[in-house]
Design a protein around this ligand. Structure first.
Ligand code: BV8
Ligand code: ZN
Length: 240
């Protein structure tokens, strides 16, 4: 069944003037990184305890332990065929844009040049007090990292629940989506907004929404093209 739909999506991609892709944790699953929901990273925790400022203020050590574990796993993670196929699409298509909810930077490691990180990245850190940002300088962090400028708590430079996305990020993703004829939604449960709302924007603008996932995501609607399976297997089949 996928074969027919894969041929249909390849045709849509070949004809499209502009294509936008939104990715989530599922695109990094085949690089050995756990996803968030369904027995993943948040298993046993309330998401807000680990991914919110209030959770961080309550127990910064526990939040850092969780991010340090994820950073450790990332050191051994490599881009998988799904990441590589998206980097190929960027080279092959006239206008391809990638917005990701992932903070692991595996798209960049795979060669994607234009990646819009809607939820920040796990490697940079920012001071809670003076808000100074320190890029990768802090790959190996002490258990309770403090700002060298003001002594305040350093935190991961990711977007937590209740925090704004990076300035202009969702607007840029919306602009790409409005102009696209095909919108790929890859490896995301579609529950976190405003990123999950992009698929609705695409539908309202008449784009073909193509969902690539092991199972239907919450945001999926009838009329979408659903390619069920692993992103690392389906995406390479879509590259013209
Ligand atoms: C904000 C930190 C506004 C980074 C994360 C409506 C509009 C706006 C906001 C809201 C709204 N409704 C509710 C909100 C609030 C909230 C929200 O969406 N809550 C949800 C839970 C209801 N949104 C926010 O707070 C956002 N901020 O809007 O601010 C504002 C306005 C005024 C003043 C202040 C603020 C911020 C959202 C960002 C939260 N940060 N994490 C990090 O540590 O990584 S969220 C977390 O979930 C990650 O960032 C992750 O990227 C994101 C989404 O998860 P997924 O990537 O989808 O992963 P998941 O495990 O869920 O699913 C994996 C999927 O892959 C599954 O479907 C699985 O089947 C599939 N899969 C698995 N393996 C494979 C596969 N698919 C293919 N192949 C495979 N091999
Ligand atoms: Zn500081």
């Amino acid at each position: 069944m996928n074969e027919v739909k894969i041929r249909e999506v390849r045709r849509l991609l070949e004809r499209a003037q502009q294509v936008t892709a939104l990715t989530g944790a599922g695109v990094s699953a085949e690089s050995g990184l756990p996803t968030f929901r369904g027995g993943g990273l948040w298993d046993g925790f309330l998401a807000e305890e680990l991914s919110s400022m209030s959770g961080f203020r309550r127990n910064p050590r526990r939040v850092w332990d969780w991010y340090r574990e994820r950073r450790q796993a990332l050191k051994h993670a490599r881009p998988n065929p799904g990441h590589l196929a998206l980097a190929q699409l960027e080279c092959r298509l006239p206008a391809f844009h990638l917005a990701t909810q992932n903070v692991d930077r595996l798209h960049q490691a795979a060669g994607s040049r234009q990646v819009l990180e809607l939820h920040g990245n796990i490697w940079d850190v920012r001071c809670v007090d003076c808000r100074q940002t320190f890029d990768r300088a802090y790959v190996d962090l002490p258990p309770e990292p403090r700002c060298p400028e003001c002594g305040g708590w350093l935190r991961p430079a990711v977007v937590w629940f209740g925090e704004e996305l990076p300035e202009g990020a969702i607007e840029q993703a919306c602009e790409w989506t409005v102009q696209s004829q095909v919108f790929l939604v890859i490896g995301t449960s579609g529950v976190v907004y405003p990123a999950a709302g992009l698929a609705d924007v695409a539908r309202r603008c008449g784009a073909a929404v193509v969902e690539i996932n092991l199972e239907p995501a919450q945001s999926q609607q009838t009329g979408d093209i659903f390619l069920q399976g692993k992103a690392g297997e389906i995406l390479p089949a879509l590259v013209p």
